[in-house]
Design a protein around this ligand. Structure first.
Ligand SMILES: [Zn+2]
Length: 183
């Protein structure tokens, strides 16, 4: 790693590993969402036999119970948690994952060689930059590296998924004003 806070884009294997991890992690989310019951998930009152509220999928002209109110391990106790499940219905996760894969397909790592002072001379060394953000200006390209800001944010957004390494996205994505504590 370099002594800057930016991913060392001269470490080509690390950059490629990071991108492969992110693509696989997003792919896993997509596959899990596609395997779940589709349709519209709704938090509704009074599903028969499910207590005061529950979540059902309106799928293929039929209703499927997804979760229900409960306590002592028998279901979801807090309605807010039920609302969160509803908000993360498979269709929404699929849309998010497709968007993220689209960003990855747009901002692909681009390998090239650039001149770098190594030991006591200028040498042509491997380097990775972003195929979308690299404007072709050698004076910018040299310092742009990978991940670009967009993909860095994407890495940061997936930091809770298994296999994430902090060096994949060393620049913390800037939290919005008034953002709550780190989760
Ligand atoms: Zn980019």
């Amino acid at each position: 790693m370099s002594d800057s806070n930016i991913t060392d884009s001269f470490d080509v294997p690390l950059v490629l590993e990071a991108v492969a991890w992110l693509r696989a992690a997003v792919g896993d989310r997509l596959a899990a969402a596609r395997a779940a019951t589709g349709g519209v998930w709704q938090l509704v009152d009074a599903i028969p036999g499910s207590g005061p509220w529950g979540i059902q999928a309106d799928y293929a002209h039929a209703h499927e119970a997804i979760a229900s109110w409960g306590a002592d391990g028998g279901g979801i106790e807090r309605r807010e948690n039920g609302a969160h499940i509803e908000a993360n219905a498979p269709g929404r996760i699929i849309a998010d994952a497709e968007f993220h894969l689209g960003l990855l397909n747009l901002h692909t790592p681009q390998q090239q060689n650039i001149l770098r002072w190594v030991d006591d001379g200028w040498r042509s060394v491997p380097f990775v930059t972003c195929s979308h953000c690299d404007l072709g200006d050698p004076y910018q390209t040299v310092w742009m590296g990978y991940p670009c800001a967009t993909i860095n944010h994407l890495f940061h957004a997936h930091r809770h998924l298994p296999g994430y390494r902090p060096q994949y996205a060393p620049l913390p994505a800037t939290p919005p004003p008034g953002a709550p504590d780190e989760r």
